[in-house]
Each structure stands twice: as structure tokens, then as C-alpha cells.
Write a protein that binds this ligand. Sequence first.
Ligand code: KG4
Ligand code: ZN
Length: 337
Amino acid sequence: MITVGIETSCDETAAAVVSDGKVLSSEVSSSVDLHSSYGGVVPEIASRFHSEYILQVFRKALDKADIGAGDIDLVSVTQGPGLPGSLLVGISFAKALSYSSGAEILGIDHVHAHLFSGFTDGMPPEDEPFTGMVVSGGHTSLFLCRSVEDIRETGRTRDDAVGEAYDKVAKILGLGYPGGPVVERMAGKSDGKDRIGFPRPLLGRDSGLDFSFSGIKTAVLYYWRDCPRSEKDLIDICFSFQEAVLDVIIEKLKRAVRSSGTGNIVIGGGVVNNGPLRRKLRAFCEAEGINLFMPDKQYCTDNAAMVALLGERLYRKGERSDLAINAEPSGLTGGRR
Ligand code: KG4
Ligand code: ZN
């Protein structure tokens, strides 16, 4: 079975080819540089970029996989959540492709696709549940997954997503966009002492599995306003901010695993690029005897391989969309998925 994935929910234009769970190609073209001077994604610029590049990204994915449009069985496309104009470019392209090639079409939830990106090298057995977490620029959520069709959100951020907090902190500190990589780099220059001790929100016993990151960002704002703003201050802030955020992520994951009793964790999303997060997660899972499924770095940020992989699994379970499929900017909560 040949599945083509199409992803245009934010600032990455992506296409991929997957065959029976194996990624044959995964192409991504990003408009991130066009947004950097604005400190965040400008929706209008993002959708115009998708419109300009989608065909060439798709062609490249087909060429690398050495297939033609007539070989495609399924077009799996991100339906939401995401920027409406950006989603519509990918969906319209997928519809035209499905109509002209005769392939089936299936709309995919972007956050669920991130969740399954950790399974590019295989999954736990069908009947084994897993605890999932997505930490990206737009989402921070915990899930209990019993199967590909049974994904239940057990906690979510009440305000900023983790990646969004990185981006906002970078903006406050004048470090540019996207914030994650540059804040990680600055934190890496630290001697490893958490000198500031930013708050770790919602870690009280009754706080459940929800998150809140806007308080840490505000604490950074005030600290930066009142300090001498030396290079050392910058490094200390980045390190202490990152420590606070990672402490919260690991602690909530611990609680989620304990409450669900699952022996598997899968984590996805752009923030999983973060080296210290990857190291802390490995250490935690090794100590607790938990299987950890984590995407390779190329599959952490937005890509179409994850969309094709999830689409193929759902298609095999009988899921289908039709050519009336439309963008669902808030996610597929009320719809097919
Ligand atoms: O998954 P993604 O490409 O887009 C969304 O669906 O949101 O994630 C992008 C986010 C950005 O906020 C970016 O700052 C963050 O992932 N990110 C990182 C790192 N690399 C990217 N955050 C922390 N550390 C990193 N190394
Ligand atoms: Zn994403």
C-alpha cells in the first residue's frame, strides 16, 4: 500500500511517501526564515508559501520514493488543528490529487500525527496501551492511547504550549524565532547551576495533569527587566527557564504513567528536538523500566511522514474521508477524529 502524506498546518510545507509502515521519502520546505523578523508565524505569509511550494515538495517526495501519481492508494492530509489558510492549501491540493489519481483521501489530526511520529521504528503490540505526550509550538498535551482509534486526552496546557513559551522567552531576550533551538544553545553554555529558580507551575498534589507555562514566561520578563542584562544573565536565564520547563514535563509524565499503569511512553512534537529533554526522558524511562518511543530529530518538527503513517494505520481500520473534506482549524474533536 502506498500512502502520500501532505502537511501544511503551520509554516512547514511537507509531503512524504510511506509504504506499509516504512517511510520512503519525507520532504519539508520551511518558511521559518520569512517569519523570524516578526517573532512568530505570520499566517498570510505561511499560506502563500505553501501555495508556491506544495507542488515541488510533492514532486520531490515522489521522485525520491521512485513512484508516480498513479501508484498512490491513499492521500493522507492534515485537516487540523492549524492556521485555516495554511490548512486549506494542503487540503485543496490533496483533493485535487485524490480526484485525479483515484486514490482515497483521509483527513488527519495534526496533534495525533505528532503522537504517532515516535513510532517510525515500530509500535508496541496492538493491545498494549501507551501514555503519550505532544510538546510542540501549538500544543502541550498528555494522552492515554489504547489503540490508534482510541486516543484520550488526559491533560493539556491551560495557556501557553511549551514551544510557545520557548518562542516568547526568546523574543523577550531578543534571541529571534524560533526560540527553542537558540534558548537550548544558550542554556548549553551554562555551568549547570539553576541560579534563578523560576516557578514550576501546577505541580501541587491536586493539580492533575494540566500544565501552565505563561507564569514562567512572565517571571523571565521581570527578571530580564531588572537584571544587568549581561551575557551571563542571558545564559543563566535560558538555563533556569529550561530546567523549570523540563522539570514540569518529566514530573507530569511520571504522574500520567503512574495513573494509567502503562509500560510505554511515546513523545512527539518540535520540543522533542531538545537534547536535555531527550536525555532526561531516557534516564527516567531506564530507571522506571518503561519503553520509550521517541522520534528521530527529523520527525520532531512538522513533517508529512507522521501524517502518512497515521493515515495508513487508520485507513487499515476502515477510516475514510471524502472530497467534501474541509479544514478544521481547532482540531478534529467533533469530526471523524
Ligand atoms: O511541532 P512543531 O514543528 O510545530 C507545531 O506543531 O507547533 O514545533 C515547533 C516548536 C517551536 O515552538 C520551537 O521553538 C520548538 O518547537 N522547538 C524547540 C526546539 N526545537 C524546536 N523547543 C525546545 N528545544 C528545541 N531544541
Ligand atoms: Zn506540529
